[in-house]
Design a protein around this ligand. Structure first.
Ligand code: FE2
Length: 433
C-alpha cells in the first residue's frame, strides 16, 4: 500500500494502521527519514573497544557501520562500505587491527577511515593502474557524527540532529546515569532473530501492559505484575519510554485483577531453585525493573540484576534481529557476575520472558498482513493527551513512539484527508452493512 493511501483516523494515535508494518514504500522512507534522519542511534559500548585499533561492526537501520578507535583514542563511526565499489569493508563482529582493508580489491583505510593505499595504483611498467589525477587524500569512508555519553556510543547521519543530551532529555539521562553510574564490563551477547517488522518490537517494548499478561513467568513468580507499584515515564516528545516497577509490592489481592484470565498467586507453582528470582539490592532506590527504550532502536534493561542493552537491527521489511549485550560492573565479585549470568536466561531467543516477545511480534506480523485496511486499537491507559503513567496498565508510550515517528515521516494523523479515507468503507464492510 502506498504511504499516501494509508489511513490514520485518530489524531491521538489511538489507531495504528496495520499497513505501516507491511508497506515496502514505508520501509524505504524509514531508512531515509528515521535511520539516516535527525535521530541518535546506539552503536555499542566503549567497553567493547577500549584500546587503539579495536573495532566493532553494527548497523543503523540497514546501513552497515564500522565503529573504529584510532591511534589517538578517538571513536569513529564510519559507514562500513568501501568507497571503491561499495563492498562491505569489515565483515567480523569485532577485532583489533592496524587498518581496515577491503577483501575485494585491497583498498586500505586508516583507523579513522582515510584511504591510505590502493594496490597497483601506478600499474606495472607504465601500464594499468589508476589515472595520474587519482588523489587518495580526497577519499574517506563516509563518517557520522558521534557522541559518547557514560560510555554509550551514539551516532547520527544528520547535521540537523539536536545535541545528544537534548535528544535523550532529562528522564532518560536520569536512568542512564543510574544504570551507568559505575564502570561496566561486558559479560556476553545473544542474538534473537524475529520474523516481524521492526516497529512491532518498538510497540512491544513500550507496552508495560503486556509485561504482566504475556509474560507468565514474570507474573507467576512476581518479578513483574500489573498489580505492583510502577509506571511509565516519557521524554518531552514522547519518543522514548521508561517502564519501571518494584517487585514485592503486591499480594494475593492481585488475583482480583487477573481473574478474567488466570490467577498469579498459585501455591502449586513453585521454583525449586529461586536464585533466578532474587534481586540483590544494588541501587539506592527501590526500583527492581527498568525498561528504557530510546527512539528509534535501543533498549536499556535492568531486570533485577540482569543488565543489558538490546539493539533493534532491521533486516528488511519482514524481519529484525535483537542484539543483546549483557554487562555488569567492573567491581562485581564472582558471585555477582554468576548471578547476572544466571538471570541472563530471562532474555534472548530462549529467554523465560523474551522468547514470548519474539512470538508476539511474529503472530501480529503474520495476522495483520491480511488486514492492511484495518487498525490496531491503542487505548489502554486512556486516549487523548500522551502523558506519564502512575501504573503499569497502560500502552500510552506506544502512542508516544508513533507521534514522533509520524513527525519524522511527515504523516499527519487524523487530518481531514485521512479521516475521509477512513470513512470510506471497504467492499467487505459495505457488504456486511
Ligand atoms: Fe515483553
Amino acid at each position: 500500500m502506498e504511504t499516501q493511501t494509508i489511513s490514520w483516523p485518530a489524531k491521538d494515535l489511538s489507531r495504528i494502521p496495520f499497513a505501516m508494518y507491511h508497506s515496502p514504500e514505508v520501509y524505504a522512507q524509514e531508512q531515509e527519514r528515521i535511520f539516516r534522519g535527525p535521530t541518535w542511534n546506539y552503536l555499542g559500548l566503549e567497553a567493547e573497544l577500549p584500546s587503539a585499533g579495536d573495532f566493532i561492526t553494527t548497523v543503523i537501520g540497514d546501513t552497515p557501520i564500522l565503529v573504529s578507535r584510532d591511534e589517538q583514542g578517538k571513536v569513529h563511526a564510519l559507514v562500513n562500505r568501501c568507497k571503491h565499489r561499495g563492498a562491505v569493508l569489515r565483515r567480523e563482529a569485532c577485532g583489533n587491527a592496524k587498518d581496515h582493508s577491503c577483501i575485494y580489491h585491497q583498498w586500505r583505510y586508516s583507523l579513522a577511515g582515510q584511504l591510505e593505499s590502493v594496490p597497483f595504483q601506478r600499474g606495472m611498467k607504465g601500464e594499468g593502474g589508476m589515472p595520474a589525477d587519482f588523489d587518495k587524500s580526497k577519499i574517506h569512508l563516509d563518517e557520522l557524527k558521534v557522541e559518547v555519553y557514560k560510555g554509550i556510543i551514539f551516532a547520527t547521519f544528520s547535521a540537523q540532529a539536536e545535541p545528544l543530551l537534548d535528544y535523550l532529555d532529562a528522564p532518560v539521562v536520569y536512568e542512564i546515569d543510574r544504570l551507568f553510574a559505575k564502570k561496566i564490563k561486558v559479560l556476553g551477547y545473544q542474538r534473537q532473530r524475529i520474523f516481524g517488522n521492526w516497529k512491532l518490537y518498538n510497540d512491544n517494548v513500550r507496552d508495560p501492559n503486556h509485561g504482566g499478561l504475556l509474560h507468565m513467568f514474570h507474573a507467576t513468580f512476581g518479578l513483574y505484575r500489573l498489580s505492583q507499584v510502577g509506571g511509565a515515564k516519557l521524554d518531552r516528545k514522547h519518543r522514548h519510554n521508561i517502564t519501571f516497577n518494584q517487585l514485592g509490592t503486591d499480594d494475593a489481592e492481585a488475583n482480583a485483577g487477573y481473574s478474567d484470565t488466570k490467577k498469579v498467586f498459585q501455591s502449586e507453582y513453585q521454583l525449586r531453585d529461586t536464585a533466578m528470582l532474587q534481586n540483590k539490592k544494588e541501587f539506592a532506590d527501590p526500583v527492581t525493573l527498568v525498561i528504557l527504550s530510546v527512539f528509534p532502536g535501543v533498549v536499556f534493561q535492568q531486570i533485577a540484576n540482569s543488565l543489558c542493552t538490546r539493539q533493534i537491527r532491521t533486516r528488511g521489511l519482514n524481519e529484525m534481529e535483537l542484539y543483546w549485550t549483557y554487562f555488569g560492573y567492573e567491581d562485581d565479585d564472582q558471585a555477582m557476575t554468576d548471578h547476572r549470568l544466571l538471570q541472563a536466561n530471562l532474555c534472548g531467543p530462549g529467554g523465560y520472558i523474551s522468547m514470548e516477545d519474539g512470538e508476539a511480534v511474529e503472530i501480529v506480523h503474520k495476522a495483520s498482513f491480511t488486514a492492511q485496511d484495518q487498525h490496531a486499537i491503542v487505548e489502554v491507559g486512556g486516549k487523548g493527551e500522551i502523558r506519564d503513567s502512575g501504573n503499569l496498565i497502560s500502552e500510552m508510550p506506544v502512542r508516544g513512539f508513533w507521534s514522533y515517528y509520524c513527525e519524522l515521516m511527515g504523516i499527519e494523523p487524523g487530518s481531514a484527508e485521512m479521516a475521509k479515507q477512513a470513512a470510506a468503507q471497504t467492499p467487505l464492510q459495505k457488504a456486511a452493512a
